[in-house]
Design a protein around this ligand. Structure first.
Ligand SMILES: *Cc1c(COP(=O)(O)O)cnc(C)c1O
Length: 223
């Protein structure tokens, strides 16, 4: 019951954020991040209506994927992916949010025969502790992806710094949104780049106001 109540509150806030920014709730995909929680809790989220699930580690992903096989959910891999582990997720995962280097693109390309939807992870805030390529490297990176025909860049992803300072958060989200626009202007066939994966428990409303299409919520939903 608690997840359903949390979801109701989150949906209400999503609606408000959409109103504030003249957007449609239909354009927002809520990814339930279940990395901290059990199968039971994840099941509660699915029963509450969540259809997109996110995991950041291979073990957690495989455990839940295996358990919920046959359930109509879309699986998002949101954590750092080691190249040698690509083969263990590539046939299960629907979307990868953490493409951050060419060696990973190469491995993904090699291990699959179909197009894999990816977000490029961008380290907008340039924090040392964060993964992702730097904003100025995004276009050159995409140019180099041409060799890898199975990679499809559907959008950009970032993690904002851990702060309550709305000005800082907005700056980060705005930068990612403008980068996405730059990529779209290039009309790359391999990178339609229509989506923005940004916003977590503490900042998803600001992220929506700045254009997020995919928000990734753990703590406030199931935590
Ligand atoms: C854990 C995680 C989230 C969810 O974080 P919460 O603050 O618990 O909502 C979102 N995105 C990524 C990449 C994560 O690792």
């Amino acid at each position: 019951m608690q997840v359903a109540a949390n979801l109701k509150e989150i949906n209400r806030r999503i609606e408000d954020a959409c109103k504030n920014s003249n957007r449609s709730v239909k354009d927002i995909t809520l990814i339930g991040v279940t990395k901290y929680v059990t199968i039971e809790r994840t099941e509660e989220a699915i029963k509450a209506g969540i259809r997109d699930l996110g995991e950041n580690r291979l073990e957690g992903f495989r455990e839940k994927y295996d358990y919920f096989q046959g359930t109509d959910v879309k699986w998002h891999f949101i954590g750092t992916l080691q190249s040698r582990k690509v083969k263990d997720v590539i046939h299960q995962v629907d979307v990868i949010h953490s493409l951050d280097r060419l060696s990973l693109a190469k491995e993904i390309n090699k291990r699959t025969e179909k197009k894999i939807e990816c977000f490029i992870q961008v380290n907008v805030s340039k924090e040392q502790s964060k993964h992702g390529i730097l904003p100025e490297e995004v276009l050159p990176f995409i140019e180099k992806l041409r060799e890898y025909e199975n990679i499809r860049v559907i959008g950009l992803m970032t993690m904002a710094p851990h702060t309550e300072d709305e000005t800082v958060l907005r700056q980060v989200f705005k930068r990612l949104a403008s980068l996405k626009a730059e990529v779209q202007e290039k009309h790359y066939e391999l990178a339609p780049c229509a989506y923005l994966s940004m916003g977590m428990s503490n900042d998803y409303e600001v992220a929506i106001e700045e254009g997020a299409t995919h928000i990734r919520i753990g703590t406030k939903l199931v935590g």
